[in-house]
Structure formats: C-alpha cells, structure tokens
Ligand binder design. Structure first.
Ligand code: 6CS
Ligand code: FE
Length: 307
C-alpha cells in the first residue's frame, strides 16, 4: 500500500510557518550523476539555485516550425473553445493551451528530445513521464502576469503529487526580453515549503489558470526569500531553455510591450512519484492538467526526427 501521508500541509485555515525541504533536489545517485549530460558544476548550480538556463539550447530556425504551429492555434476558434485553452480577460487572446503534447505530434516529439530527456532523467534519477504541458502565449499589450507561486504546492494539493521529484522545462518560443514579461524566479526558494492559507474551491483551476489567488505564498515569506537571494529573470532568444525545480518560486509580470512572450512548458515527473488523490480533498483535476492515464516512461525520439 503506497504511503499517502501528507508531508506538505497547505491550503489551511491558519498560517503555518514555512519549513525546510525534505526531498533531495538532485535525485540521482553518484553513478547516475556522472552518466548524464549535465556537468557536476551544472548539477551543483541546480541544487543551489533551483533552476538552470541555457541560451540557444535549440536553434532559432528549429523553433520556426513550432512558432508557425503556435500561430495556427491562435486563429483556431474551435481550439479556443476547447477545455484545455485558457483565454485572457476579454476572451479574445489565448493565455494558455494545456495538453499541447497530446494535441500535436511535433510538440509530443519535442518532449522526448534525447538531450532534454537525458538532463531530466539525470536530475530526477529515474525514468520520467509528462505530468503537464502547456504553451503560455502572453500576447503583446494583453498578456497578463502570473502571481508568485510554487508549482509543487498546487500539484501536491490539487493533483496529489506526493514528493518534490518533478521539474519544468520552459522553452522560449518568442524572444524573452526585459520588457515582455519574462519568467522570474527566486534562487534558493525551492529549499523551503511555504504552506498557504485558504481552502481550495472545487474546480479551482477554472479561475486559478486565469489568475491564481489560492496557493499564493504570503508577502512576508516571499520577502524573506527575495531578501536572501534576490530575483532572477533569465532572458534569451527563441530556442533558449530554462529548467526549474517543481518547488522553485516563480512568476511573471504583465506584457506591456508589443512583442509576445510565448513559452512552452513541459512538466516531467518521476515514474517513482506518480499521483495520489488530491491532498486538498477535491476531485482530481482534468487529464489535460494532471496526467493520470499515461505514466509510461518516455523514450527518446531519434534526434533527426525531432521536429
Ligand atoms: O495549476 C497549474 O498546474 C498551473 N498553475 C501555475 C500557476 N503554474 C503551473 C501550472 O501551469
Ligand atoms: Fe507555475
């Protein structure tokens, strides 16, 4: 019988102080550590900061096919009405499309890119599967921001993810500059779990994906993290990659520029960390938000069939 004890109480009626992380950050053993593409220096940086960024990880040209597909989705009225699509206020522009790896073969193959997979397996120390995928469009002028949060706090509470053994790969599709709302992260914040106050309403995702109000850390906790290690906003051209740990606090500002800030997010979970029932007690969220039907280990695609 799997242990379903809730080690990360959150969505509480009363504030509970943050506490130190109990899970490793890099899960691989000594042999697995040396068996992957990340150097010891990169593994140490991920361990300390909770994220790594790689400029031009993919070629800009390679990204063109993905961006073209992205543009086609923007003009697809049926897709805009689908359950996995979240619109910006005003219901014109797309904010996010979830489950992109199950909609598109091209994006599905990208989740199995041998270089991405090898790094993810090296950090998580096991085979992995996709817990969630999405494109965040953040269109020019209309793209709203994302409040500070830990993804794990949501995935634990609302999806039943037991431990911190998951990470996100954010692939930059349209150049992320300082003016179009780049992803911001708080280095070292993954080392603490911040319980949040506020019960989770049923079907919370119908609101939280537009603007997250539940599961947002309190200002005092955020301030203490920021005062300790500041804030970083890795910028980069299309094809750059930010890999961040499931519990690293992150968020982003509204996009006040004319340039879209469209990023792709693949969330990899260890096959040793599959979902329990949601710890908040609500019914499980839809499949496009949290995979429950397919936990098969991802196998790498042949590198020259990637896109
Ligand atoms: O609820 C979720 O799964 C989503 N919410 C946020 C703010 N980030 C992670 C994920 O996309
Ligand atoms: Fe997030």
């Amino acid at each position: 019988m799997r242990d379903t004890q809730d080690l990360f109480p959150t969505r509480l009626e009363r504030k509970l102080d943050m506490f130190e992380r109990i899970d490793p950050v890099v899960h691989s053993d000594d042999e697995q550590r040396v068996d992957g593409p990340l150097s010891q220096k990169e593994l140490d940086e991920f361990e300390v900061k909770g994220f790594l960024s790689f400029e031009n990880f993919f070629d800009r040209e390679e990204m063109q096919a993905f961006i073209q597909e992205l543009r086609e989705y923007e003009d697809d009225e049926d897709l805009k009405l689908s359950e996995g699509a979240v619109l910006e206020p005003g219901k014109q522009e797309i904010r996010s499309i979830f489950g992109i790896h199950s909609i598109s073969d091209r994006f599905s193959r990208l989740t199995r890119d041998p270089r991405l997979l090898a790094m993810v397996q090296q950090i998580l120390g096991s085979d992995v599967y996709i817990h969630q995928s999405r494109i965040n469009y953040k269109p020019g002028f209309k793209g709203k921001g994302f409040n500070w949060h830990s993804d794990f706090e949501t995935w634990h509470s609302e999806d039943g993810m037991p431990r911190m053994r998951s990470l996100s790969c954010s692939i930059i599709l349209t150049d992320n500059g300082e003016f179009n709302g780049p992803l911001m992260l708080i280095p070292g914040s993954h080392k603490y779990f911040i319980p949040c106050v506020g019960r989770t309403p049923e079907d919370n995702y119908k609101e939280s994906l537009k603007s997250q109000e539940i599961g947002v850390p309190d200002a005092a906790s955020l301030k203490s993290m920021m005062m300790k290690n500041g804030i970083e906003a890795p910028k980069g051209d299309s094809g750059s990659l930010v890999m961040f740990e499931c519990n690293t606090l992150h968020g982003s500002n509204i996009n006040m520029s004319c340039w879209p800030r469209s990023n792709l997010f693949f969330v990899y979970n260890s096959v040793e960390n599959t979902l329990h029932d949601p710890y908040c007690g609500n019914k499980p969220r839809p499949e496009f938000l949290a995979a429950r039907k397919d936990w098969d280990p991802l196998k790498p695609v042949d590198a020259n069939k990637r896109s």
